[in-house]
Design a protein around this ligand. Sequence first.
Ligand SMILES: [Zn+2]
Length: 191
Amino acid sequence: MSKRVTIQGDRAAFPGNACVHCIKPGTQEVQIVKVKGYAVRKVAVPFCDDCAQLRSQKSRRQILFERAAVANSILLALAAGARTYIFASNGQAFPGDVSWFWGLLLGTLVALIVFGTMYLLIRPWAGYFRGPETQAALRAVTIKDFDWQTTTLEFADEEYAAQFERVNHKKDDQDQPAGGPAISNGTERET
Ligand SMILES: [Zn+2]
């Protein structure tokens, strides 16, 4: 079961700086990111080299899909570009002598736009073909929510989350001005 922990701000202490995925000593900091409208929250999280690599590793199917996405986008772009070229250079759309030039220019432009749009639309789907190990490493910790003052992290490992909560809430207590509540009203009574 996963567990959520809310911290103050965006700086967190990680228990023993252990890798969030496998609890081996963390060797690098990986930024996890969440975007909410125009607001972006980033938190640096310790991972070991193996797990960090696992997070960015691409499965065979993912690579194949990305290649197919590029090939399809190119084909569609060429088709759209060629159609535009034929249409624009037939001498009616633009003045006769230079119509081939405008046709080529417009065709190239259309091809580029079609390619860019297709690529941007299709590419994110490749994420569905991530290997199970990569998915697990990506799910080890995510930013679930945030606002001006707090960040809520979700941990796949409940045990790690409990440790994390302990470390960070202790830190928060230390950040508070010492001496407890400022107002005592003199109601202390000795019995
Ligand atoms: Zn690890």
